[in-house]
Design a protein. Sequence first.
Lengths: 384, 384
Amino acid sequence: MSMRRSFRATASAVALVGAAALTLAACSSSSGSTTTTTAGSGTGSSGTASLTSLQKWPSSSVALQETGSSLLYPLFNLWTAAIQKGWPIVSITTAATGSGTGISDAANGTVNIGASDAYLSPAQVQQSPGLENIPLAISAQQINYNVPGVTGHLKLDAATLAGMYTGKITNWNDAAIAALNPGVTLPNLPVVTVHRSDGSGDTFLFTSFLYAADPTGWTVAPGTTVAFPNIPGAVAAQGNGGMVTACKSNPGCVAYIGVSYLNQAVAAGLGYAELKNKSGNFELPTQAAVSAEAAGFASKTPANGAVSMIYGPATDGYPIVNYEYAIVPTHQPSTTAAQAVKAVLAWAVDPNNGNAPTYLDQVGFVALPTQVQDIAAKLISKIS
Amino acid sequence: MILVHRPDTETDVPAAATSLPGGGGGAGGPSGPDDEGGSGSGSGRAAGAAPLTPAHRRGWLPQVLRGATAIPLVLLALILVALAVKAVPAIRYNGFGFFTRSIWNLGNLYAPLVTGHGVTHPPGAQYGALPLIVGTLVSSAIAVVIAVPVGVGTALVVVEKLPPRLSVAVGFCLEVLAGVPSVVIGLWGVLTFGPFLSHHVATLWANHIPDVPVLRFFRGPTGNGQGLFTSGVVLAMMILPIIAATSRDLLRQVPRDTVDGAVALGMTDAEAARTVTIPWVRAGVIGAAVLGLGRALGETIAVAMVSGSLISGNVHSFYSAFTTIAATIVTQLDSALTDVSGLATDTLAELGLVLLVITLLANVGARMLVKRVATTALPVGRGI
């Protein structure tokens, strides 16, 4: 008799646990979808949505989450400080976790705004139809190196960089590098390549550049996560900050780092290269060269904002230039959140506010051209 | 009088490693053939006998507790089933080559998805876990090889040589070390200990080792602190408290009469330890080593920080970057979420299953080893 009772007890406990587990599983599977509480004003929006009209700040307090690109992170922090000072009702939490995380977190609704240097892939757009990539500013990427004894800027191009990252060029005194830098004494120093270990928009930009400029030497397709050829001694680092630290502690390193970290890299003793553009000129990532490159793409930017500005035709343009995107789901969890997101993004794109030189000059970015501002405004107005 | 001890045929390892597997407790009179103690518990009553308290006073608690013993089983089953279900597409796609390949390629995430092996995936996706499995096994092996002699030696000294107050202090330090969170140890490893090991310790021998086939592994550049050597030492530090504390408890159970008898016959302390004490606790120490091995196999965050995260390359030197299964799962999860086909996250689930199987095999192997070791009679006559 006690056996039967203990069997019943066991069975009831198992049933309880099973039911609890099932309910937990059901709850967690539905957490990915966000519900919209009002009918959106986004469908069929008119072309007259202006940036000023979108900057209507909410009247009740709201907390927004942003995560993603470490390239955009320093600028987004400057913006956040100014917004929270002017409109304390909005509080924004930022994090630098890499563009890959920015996209996936925005896609599953974990954050309100994802930051990414890379636009959405066709597969990502297909899987999350409500996801947009909104251009916020124009940034660039430099190639840093740690070669003691070399003053000034080394000249590099896609072929030499592809050679370093595929293991064909193993030493800084290689003939290919010397050919680009006549008169510079290159030391006998092994090359240590540094790449990103996290899903990174910087990796997307760098691989896009190599793929576009040297398709025979670099056959790996661009992406935020890419299988870099396995070279002995290659180092992986997390985030742009990690790249600076890794390059600093590895003499002979070559690393691709975002321009918002250029000051930090130079302070750490790293040099940065003059890159060869499509016209054959060697350019530094100055704001002038970045503007020149982006100017050619202003009219080519489609309505969804996704375009690659890598290795463009501008004769004095810097070859690695991109839009910084806010990856935003058009359906936000609440009307207040949607209103706040629209206001924040419109403020950021406004050339009198977020896109003013006071902010952009601090990170070496360039303002969006007027045509692209309009594209961004239309995309922002779709958020509800 | 020399005691003859007949060890138990039934040993209970590793969950109850603190109980003496070598037989019934402590020093005492000669143990006879009827002192089997089949279930290993200290009670004199057989398990499953009728409870002493009458039914009307027993209450509901014992029933619930008896049913609640099923909860761990149910949870384990849920985890295994969930992992297995998630991993099925990856198992189908990766095949047996998963265990022989050395590549980790998510494929071209910006190209349209294709179908192959019954699974939709990005073109070019290829996964191989050989470096991960080798890295897990090798780093755990290094940790055990370092920690077992040090731990058992520490325990021997604490039990046999140190005055009581000092042995209590050392025991306390061990417990504090066991309580330090892994992430703190990882942080210390990456900032301080790793660079110290590679710049000051490894350089003592790295350049003086001859270029001979096996020893070649220990030659070469000692790196910047993130690699196999640092990870092995850090893991050894983490499992040392388990092994030392368990060995100390085991050594306390060794009957003093036997050891005193050996010393009275003219053995030195070291010989007495080698021929009497160590064989007595051998089975228990193996159990403790397996506990430590289990922790080392699954250790995630500390290894992720000090390993250098080299996913698609095989380990070629003692100081090179590498990775383990657990570290890969945690560092690659964000990147894997950017793969909208889900193949990357399914492959991580497959990795989790592989790790579970490795840990299970280690436990089963240890049980078999303990059984073999424990059933041989104590070689009392040896070495005298």
